[in-house]
Design a protein around this ligand. Structure first.
Ligand SMILES: [Zn+2]
Length: 389
């Protein structure tokens, strides 16, 4: 399974030529689509076409060997796969990485470029954070792990059985005591569960948490949730520990995740736009976003789902410019044109741990050029503070 470390490593890569980084994405056909063969044939056609292009351009080195290897892999696809696939290759650097992904790619695609094409990967990872789910009642807690569409049930916690005292046989003699001890043990059980969650949060085991329980038990759990754990809580649903099915857990988790991501995106966008209007920690438009990225100011980068723009990149210092200029305004060396600036800013954002958000059909974002960023700070205003103090 792909990790953040993997994607960061791919984002570090910069090839020496325009065709040394090969990115191949395979999306199996949706179950509703009956023509399984088509997708597999399309995959092979894409690779064959790229092979012909490299030959036409007189490049017969590593790119060709890599593409041949991708073609062999595509030849083995029959379109009945249940997982999508991503392959990143650069033979001259000895890189060949293959990942299985949830079947949520927009398309089967092949890119031959200077850098790996990471947008599809960033979209999937952004939409599929690592979730923990806990289904809990007064006796038991079941823990599930949901990441990249794979649901796994892990451990269970059980409440210690009440101690049956010597007094049990004598009518009512120890009843009050026994009841207190049961209540103590229930309390202890809920504290155990929330302590377990706190430890998971502390070691970064999950990005988001979802709790399933009966309404009445929510009042038992909630007071014990650590504030940091609560911050990660995306939502909860009604469930019965004994009878809940994996199907139901998955369904509820996906629904809650979708709603919470929607809310998160909309909240961030309105924050960015508000901040940009007041000249605060928000910027909009490609030129301003590029400058903030270069200054290391960006915390969240928001783009329209199909955002793409021409730009130039300095071959020497890496400066990106929205103006198509032949010479770098920073160092004076020559620039090269980027057909799509995203090929460069997506890896840059991943390397710098910038959160990437893609939004679909959002008029407010469209209005400001389909690209915006929330900033951690503003370098110009920081200087102002330093000078004033
Ligand atoms: Zn430069």
């Amino acid at each position: 399974m792909i990790t953040r470390e993997d994607i960061r490593e791919l984002a570090q890569f910069q090839g020496s030529g325009p065709d040394c980084a090969i990115s191949f994405y395979f999306q199996p056909p949706r179950p509703s689509n009956k023509s399984h063969r088509e997708e597999a044939i399309l995959a092979k056609d894409l690779v064959r076409h790229a092979l012909r292009e490299t030959e036409k351009n007189g490049r017969t080195g590593n790119a060709r060997a890599d593409l041949q290897r991708v073609l062999d892999l595509a030849a083995g696809l029959h379109g009945k796969e249940t997982r999508a696939k991503a392959v990143f290759a650069c033979g001259s650097r000895n890189i060949w990485r293959e990942f299985d992904l949830p079947p949520l790619l927009p398309d089967t695609q092949l890119f031959v470029n200077r850098r790996f094409h990471l947008k599809a990967l960033a979209v999937i990872l952004g939409a599929q954070p690592h979730l923990w789910l806990v289904i809990v009642d007064r006796h038991r807690a079941r823990f599930f792990d949901l990441h990249l569409d794979e649901l796994k049930e892990r451990e269970s916690l059980f409440r210690a059985l009440p101690r049956r005292g010597r007094g049990d046989g004598f009518a009512g003699y120890d009843a009050g005591h026994a009841e207190r001890s049961v209540n103590d043990e229930i309390l202890h059980h809920f504290k155990n569960v929330t302590e377990y969650l706190k430890q998971g949060q502390e070691r970064g085991a999950f990005d988001g948490l979802i709790i399933g329980c009966q309404e009445i038990n929510w009042h038992d759990v909630e007071p014990h949730l650590h504030p940091y754990v609560k911050k990660r809580l995306l939502g909860r649903f009604v469930a019965d520990v004994g009878s809940v099915t994996e199907e139901h857990v998955r369904e509820q988790a996906n629904r809650i995740l979708r709603e919470s991501l929607d809310q998160h995106r909309r909240g961030l966008l309105s924050e960015v736009l508000g901040q940009a209007r007041s000249n605060g920690r928000g910027v909009t438009g490609l030129r301003r976003v590029l400058r903030s990225l270069e200054m290391g100011e960006v915390q969240v980068l928001i783009m329209g789902e199909n955002y793409s723009a021409h730009a130039v990149e300095c071959a020497s210092c890496g400066h990106l410019d929205a103006h198509i200029v032949r010479y770098c305004p920073v160092c004076g060396r020559s620039t090269r044109e980027l057909e799509d600036v995203c090929d460069s800013i997506v890896p840059a954002a991943i390397r710098r741990d910038v959160e990437l958000l893609y939004m679909k059909d959002e008029p407010a974002l469209d209005h400001v050029g389909n690209i915006a960023a929330l900033l951690r700070f503003r370098a110009d205003q920081r200087k102002g503070i330093a000078a004033a103090s």
